[in-house]
Design a binder for this molecule. Sequence first.
Ligand SMILES: [Zn+2]
Length: 186
Amino acid sequence: MVEFYEFTASDVPQFVSFYEKYLNSGVHVGEDIAALFDAGEYFGIKAVCDGECAGFLTLMEGLSLTIPHPEVEREILALIGSSRFVTVDAFMISPKFREKGIGHALCERVNAQLLSRGVDMFVVEIWVYPDHSSPALCIYEKMGQCLYKKELPGFYSASSKYGILCPVCGSECRCGACMEVIRIPS
Ligand SMILES: [Zn+2]
């Protein structure tokens, strides 16, 4: 049975271990996330399957990209900068719990959480592997209306400069990203 809980401060250590395993190492440390959480600027949902942590979908206030891309940031801020919005920070599901609908269930719960916080827009940086596949590409557009979409090959090429190791490519990351802005139905 899968259960869903709001992300709490006590989830930070487990969240960080997921982050380092499935996303990257070097961007966030636990203290950063704990500080954002304490400031009320970090939130999300955790999925638990038969007592075991299965995944997370977390978000933070404002615009936050893994690697700075000033041109894209300017375009997004020109579009939605006068409104309140959040950015997806991490969407991770442990491999043994994939293909079970947990991702969609996390999205539905996050939609409800966003609306309860008075937010109806989010930015997401969707990871695109070197073979151009992207497991999360279609899931966000099901959450609402896509207001902005831009594919950015080589998005993470400067990642080693920021001390970020890619779990797929290592220090020479060839992954790209697709930036989207989604408005969820209120
Ligand atoms: Zn990579």
